[in-house]
Every structure is written in C-alpha cells, then in structure tokens.
Design a protein around this ligand. Structure first.
Ligand code: SF4
Length: 398
C-alpha cells in the first residue's frame, strides 16, 4: 500500500500538465486585446506574466538618477516581520489571481539591506506560494552576506539555487569604492566581482545561481551599451536586461528628458553589442512596446538564437512547443522531475522527439560542429531583454 501511495505521488508530481496552471494560462490568454495575440505570444500559452513585490521594502542607501521610488520611500516601515508578512500577503494575492506557479521578483528596493535570515524568510514565503523568486539588488554587498543568506544554521545550504538581478550603471551613486562612476567600463570590475561571488558560492557550498545584469539607459550611456555587453558577456550573467529610463517616481531625481531614448535606439545598441540581429518577435511577452526578448547562447564570442525567426522550420518548432509543451510548467521544477514530465509528453506525442531532433540538427549546423567543439567549454546561455515603461496613455488600451 505504501509503495502504491508513493507511486501515486510520483505520478502526480511528474504529470506534464498542471491543471491549475493550465487554467490560469487559459484565463491569461482570454484577457489581452487581439493585437497581442501573435504567433509568438508567450502570455497565456506558456506563462502568465512577470510578477514582483511592490513597495514592500523600499529602503535604499544609494542616490541614483533616475530612481523610481517615491520621495517618501525611505520612510516606509521595513522591520523584518512586517516585510516578510507583506511579501507573503502579496504572493498570496498573486497565487490567487495568476495561478499556482510563476517567476516573481523580490523588489525591495534593495533587499540586501534586509538581514540575511529575513531575506531568506522572504524567499521561502515566495516559494511557498509557488513563486520562483529573483532578488533585485544594487549589488553592493559582499560574500559574507551572500553566504549567510545561502546557508542555514549549521552551515548547510538552505537553497539549491539563488537568483539575483543586479543593477549596475553609471547613474548609480553610492557604491563602495566607486561612489560616482565616470563610465560604464569603470563598473566592469564591480560587475565581475558580483558574479564571481556566486561562482565561489557554488564551488564552496554547491548552491547554484541565476544572475541578471540590469542597466538603466539614457542618452548619457546609450553609446556604452554595446561595449558593456562585449566586455561582460562571459562574466557569468545569464541575462542582460536594459531599461530605457522612464519619468517615474521621484521627480527630484530626473536629470534629463528621458523620452529622448527610444526602444529602437536601445535595441539597436544591444544588437551591436551582441554582434548580430536580435529578433524579438520569435517570442513575445505581452506588448512588444513594453518588452523585447531574445533567447539564445554564446559559443565563444558569438551569440546565436535558439530559434531563427527567418527560418519557417524554426517557427514551426516554436508553434509545436506551444502546442505540446505550453501547458507544462518548467518554473521551479527540479531537473529530474522536468525530465520525466518531458518524457511523458514524448511518450504521448512521439512527434515531439522528431521535431526536437530536427531543431537540434539545424542549430548545430548553424553554429558549426567544429566551432562547437572548439568552444565546448565556452558555451553559455544568454538572454537579452529590454523593458521599456509604457506611458499610461498607451497602457490602458494595451
Ligand atoms: S535606483 Fe538607485 S537609489 Fe533607487 S532604489 Fe535602485 S539603487 Fe536605490
């Protein structure tokens, strides 16, 4: 009986479709206007959207221009029990409105100002609501803090993986050692130092990480975007995310007319840094005026997309992905569980294996077998993202 009960648990955990997730995604698909229901739209077909905490821990010790916090941000209550309770309440709401699993950012402002145990409690609260958390930070903390966050009492890891999005750009004032950066390049040692802490954490304690490098873009650093990507793509960041500055938050911190930088000019600079065209229509997350995303990987110094938007066979692969795997939740699933879920999809639809092999052959051919072999130790996943705040006047109809 006990064996049967256990088998039933395993069977449920490895079911390809999570019915609640599927219902939330169906609901998401019904909501947006028709103009975003494009063939590449991810919302409602494989995801329910971006989530994040709001106004929970807005304390910050930097003085960036711009900053999207309100001018009262440093007066908000931030004691630990209040913070963890408020994070949990927001996650409970998101779970109810958006379904059982999703990615969510712990937007503090700077949660590394929380004591490590409280930060860990906030991450646990998010996971307990099915949210895969990513902590948002200015990155101005040391290995000691990271280790105390990652390890519980007794020195054993309390998380298998930690995700951080770290903002580094020259409009940030207050970083230790470089309080007023003169250029983006002058921040590169700090970007590297931040990523290196997570390499060390994995080597010493086996805790994996997912890191994103965030950067606000204005006319003042637009011309440095490409160079930053070229200099930093191999440091260990899995995502490079750019935000054209917006006139949001504390208007005492607005130093330029931020409307002068457009999505197109920023994306063109990201493409210059990646050294290739980045097709943001293959996969879309909501409205492309708000989000551009290109998924791919580096082989040595060259970036390659997973799917080539100019190849109809790759677009059919994308469509098949939505059809057969759209309702399979990847978020937070351990690799072994995910592998069994995918195996069960293939057992039900053997065509999926044929499509996957066809895609893999094309991808290897594009990159080049010799090139892959030559750079086999320098293959790294890397996603480029741009989030451009839309004006309220556009958001309502969108
Ligand atoms: S933009 Fe700068 S000042 Fe504002 S919350 Fe982020 S790090 Fe702090």
């Amino acid at each position: 009986m006990r064996v049967l009960a256990r088998l039933r648990v395993v069977e449920r955990a490895t079911r390809p479709e999570n019915l609640e997730f599927a219902a939330a995604a169906d609901c998401r698909w019904r909501e947006p206007p028709d103009h975003v229901k494009t063939p590449g739209q991810v919302l409602g077909r494989h995801g329910v959207g971006c989530e994040g905490t709001h106004g929970v821990f807005p304390k910050c010790n930097f003085a960036c221009t711009p900053c999207y916090r309100s001018r009262d941000a440093n007066r908000v209550r931030i004691d630990s029990s209040h913070t963890v309770r408020a994070v949990d309440a927001q996650m409970e709401l998101l779970e109810r409105l958006c379904g059982p699993v999703a990615h969510a950012q712990l937007i503090g402002s700077k949660v590394c100002l929380l004591p490590p145990d409280d930060h860990a409690a906030a991450l646990r609260a998010m996971r307990s609501r099915g949210r895969e958390p990513m902590s948002f930070t200015h990155g101005d903390f040391g290995y000691d803090y990271l280790e105390r966050l990652a390890l519980g009492s007794g020195g054993t890891p309390r998380f298998a993986r930690l995700s951080f999005a770290a903002r580094f750009d020259r409009f940030m004032y207050g970083r230790k050692g470089i309080s007023r950066p003169a250029s983006e390049r002058s921040l590169n040692p700090y970007r590297k130092q931040f990523a290196d802490m997570f390499t060390r954490l994995r080597e010493e304690h086996g805790v994996r990480s997912l890191l994103a490098q965030d950067m606000t873009v204005t006319l003042g650093n637009l011309a440095e975007v490409a160079e930053m990507i070229r200099d930093c793509h191999a440091m260990g960041y899995r995502m490079f995310s750019f935000q054209p500055a917006a006139m949001v938050g504390d208007n005492r911190r607005w130093k330029e007319n931020y409307r002068e930088v457009t999505s197109d000019t920023v994306w063109a600079e990201i493409e210059r840094g990646a050294g290739t065209r980045l097709d943001y229509r293959v996969f879309e997350h909501g409205d492309v005026r708000c989000n551009h995303v290109a998924y791919g990987f580096y082989v040595g110094e060259r970036w390659h997309p997973f799917l080539d938007g100019g190849d109809p066979r790759d677009l059919r692969t994308r469509d098949a992905f939505f059809r057969y795997l759209g309702r399979v939740s990847f978020t937070g699933a351990p690799t072994a569980v995910l592998a069994v879920r995918l195996g069960r999809v293939i057992a039900r639809h053997p065509r999926v294996a044929v499509i996957a092999v066809g895609w893999a052959v094309r991808a290897v051919h594009r990159v080049g077998l010799f090139n892959l072999w030559q750079h086999r130790r320098r293959i790294r996943l890397c996603t480029f993202v741009m989030h451009h705040f839309m004006d309220a006047v556009d958001v309502t109809p969108a």
